[in-house]
Design a protein around this ligand. Structure first.
Ligand code: FAD
Ligand code: SF4
Length: 470
């Protein structure tokens, strides 16, 4: 057994997994990080100081037992680390890949004080990837099946988080999704260079072995009625995400050559994976001058997908400065390395062109007083108008909830921005105004993160278990 060294962090610096060479990265839709090697992960995990009251755990939305599994993996106890990591997280290998760790767990690490945070995300990914590849499976030996069953609508992170907790408690989850694969935005949104599709395919197999049933290609409200689910199941969980695309509200948004981010990203995934139904759906930016509007994770994914498709140039225009970009810093760095040009403090005011898009008119902004959320509001500098030439414009301004109309038939209340009302702080966590219906993830909190959707799905499952008295 390895001897733990309390001062390991002085001798061993933070070392992220190696990235592939830029020229290779830019040409393929494949994850850019090499996996950790066993020795590497052990020495990196051993840098953890095991703080008495670990702040990283509080900042992690699912409150992972971080120092504990870091210690287990540093001692070579991989399967125990995997078991512990799955106690709090449904998709640790996904969170390890796509969480903005710099704002969450790693941002809270004591070693940020000049030494470099422990590589928590990469270690979490290593534990789950390696243990699953070696045949480890969640320990369900203590499970006792009940006679209860719950319909979960949406196989995104929220629905999967909910189903995971239910199935472990012996309640049968049946997960409905209109897509042919599970994962929600993990599969039909986030590109392969951040998360390869094989990751969710393997997870699906694990979930099915655990007893979760998936009914895919099934849209609730169309292929099966919500009433049938209400009649057949003891409770219903809604995890249907947010799919109304935000618009800029300026002229030219409907010109040919202007696309919403998500159809662009999905068409690319469908082409790569051989899931394409109609070749006309594919949005091809090869040889084009692409302008991406927005500064979040979706914008970064559009930027980097365009680079890989062989765009002539990719310019990302964002209305605030780099400091205030909402997405993960790691992905902004990756986008810059791959050749994306950033124009900060640029507010689009119109998309210009004749028969098709020719450019984006922007004004330069400076940051003014903080708004009600404490974020400084961009203000226009007079006379700063310019046109960024473009053949293709991708709009990544975010998403608003898109609740189905049938929710009204079941008296499920919505708030004034169309989010489903399902508070955490009540007798049955994440219960809606219909006592049999629970909800979580983006459709409750608005577009956010994979890890927060997982948390809400898991918490809602606890609410359901209390409600069903199991
Ligand atoms: P979703 O993932 O949207 O899943 C909802 C599911 O419900 C879908 O599969 C949908 O088909 C299904 N559904 C909806 N209506 C019905 C119906 N009537 N019947 C059947 N099924 C239905 N977060 C991060 O943490 N890190 C990132 O790097 C990151 N990158 C992102 C990149 C992009 C391009 C986008 C769009 C988002 C990104 N996010 C990222 C955000 C993250 O993906 C979401 O917050 C998260 O997926 C929300 O999970 P969810 O389960 O609430 O919804
Ligand atoms: Fe960090 Fe996300 Fe893992 Fe939590 S789930 S430890 S925030 S990478």
């Amino acid at each position: 057994e390895r001897q733990s060294n309390n001062f390991q962090f002085i001798d061993v610096g933070r070392a992220d997994p190696d990235k592939k060479a830029i020229e290779i990265r830019k040409a393929e839709f494949v994850e850019i990080y090499e996996p950790y090697r066993e020795q590497q992960v052990a020495s990196q995990a051993d840098r953890c100081l095991s703080c008495g009251n670990p702040y990283c755990e509080w900042k992690c939305p699912v409150h992972n037992y971080i120092p504990n599994w870091l210690k287990l993996v540093s001692e070579g106890n991989l399967f125990e680390a995997a078991e512990l990591s799955h106690q709090t997280n449904t998709l640790p290998e996904v969170c390890g890949r796509v969480c903005p760790q710099d704002r969450l767990c790693e941002g809270a690490c004591t070693l940020n004080d000049g030494f470099g945070a422990v590589t928590i995300g990469s270690t979490e990914k290593y534990i789950a990837d390696t243990a699953l590849a070696m045949g480890w499976r969640p320990d369900l030996s203590e499970r006792v099946w009940t006679d209860k069953k719950v319909a979960v609508i949406g196989a995104g992170p929220a629905g999967l988080g909910c189903a995971d907790v239910l199935v472990r408690a012996g309640v049968k989850p049946v997960v409905f999704d209109k897509y042919p694969e599970i994962g929600g935005l993990l599969t039909f949104g986030i590109p392969e260079f951040k998360l390869e599709k094989s990751v969710m395919a393997r997870r699906r197999q694990v979930f099915e072995e655990m007893g979760i049933e998936f009914r895919l290609n099934t849209e609730v409200g169309k292929d099966i009625s919500a009433q049938e689910l209400m009649d057949e199941f003891d409770a219903v969980f809604l995890g249907m995400g947010t799919y109304t695309y935000m618009k800029g509200g300026f002229t030219g948004e409907d010109l040919p050559g202007v696309y919403d981010a998500l159809p662009f990203l999905i068409s690319n995934v469908n082409r790569n994976q051989g899931w394409e139904k109609d070749a006309a759906d594919f949005i091809d930016v090869k040889g084009q001058r692409v302008v991406v509007l927005g500064g979040g994770d979706t914008a970064m994914d559009c930027n980097r997908t365009s680079i890989r498709q062989g765009a002539e140039s990719v310019v990302c225009a964002y209305r605030r400065d780099e400091e205030n970009m909402p997405g993960s810093r790691r992905e902004v760095v990756n986008a810059k390395e791959e050749g994306v040009q950033f124009l900060y403090n640029r507010q689009p005011v119109a998309i210009v062109g004749g028969d098709k898009v020719e450019g984006v008119k922007v004004v330069t902004t400076q940051l003014g007083e903080p708004d009600e959320n404490g974020r400084r509001r961009p203000e226009e500098i007079p006379g700063s108008e310019e046109i960024i030439p473009a053949d293709v414009v991708l709009i990544a301004f975010g998403f608003r909830p898109s609740p189905p109309e049938w929710l009204a038939n079941f008296k499920v209340d919505l708030n004034d921005w169309q989010g489903v009302v399902a508070p955490e702080e009540q007798t049955y966590k994440f219960q809606t105004s219909n006592e049999k219906v629970f909800a979580g993830g983006d459709m409750v909190r608005g577009s956010d993160l994979v890890v927060t959707a997982i948390w809400e799905g898991r918490q809602a499952a606890e609410g359901i278990l209390d409600y069903l008295k199991v």
